[in-house]
Design a protein. Structure first.
Length: 135
């Protein structure tokens, strides 16, 4: 009964014109309730410095493959071009064409995503971040 009431309340609120702050608070509550995993929790390191992806410790061979793939992605000219294109579109939309704060935040999200991709790839590409000790 209570779950049904909460679901109907969320549906009702989703149809309303909520402020950006209220929308973010509602989204965070729903994501917390369903157990959504934040981006930073996907790629971590254990207490011994070994790479952990999705809660599972990576083997030496898997770590080497990830390192090579990350290095390849960082040198990938097509990916770089797509990131530059996305950044340009985000700046154009968020600075030059924005008509609301929500549009500016959406454009910033595009820039944030590009930065997060580059940071994660850079972290995976460096030897010092992956302890290659056999288990």
């Amino acid at each position: 009964m209570m779950n049904r009431l909460l679901l109907n309340l969320i549906k009702y609120l989703s149809r309303k014109n909520l402020s950006l702050e209220d929308s973010l608070a509602l989204s965070n509550l729903v994501l917390d309730k369903i157990g959504a995993i934040p981006f930073s929790d996907i790629i971590t390191y254990d207490e011994e410095g070994r790479l952990v992806v999705g809660g599972k410790t990576i083997t030496v061979e898997q770590a080497k493959i990830l390192k090579e793939a990350a290095n390849s992605a960082l040198r990938n000219k097509a990916l770089e071009l797509v990131q530059e294109h996305t950044a340009f579109a985000a700046v154009a939309m968020g600075v030059h064409k924005a008509e609301s704060p929500a549009q500016m935040f959406f454009a910033r999200a595009g820039l944030w995503l590009i930065a997060q991709e580059k940071k994660a790839l850079s972290d995976l590409a460096q030897d010092k971040n992956i302890n290659l000790v056999e288990r």
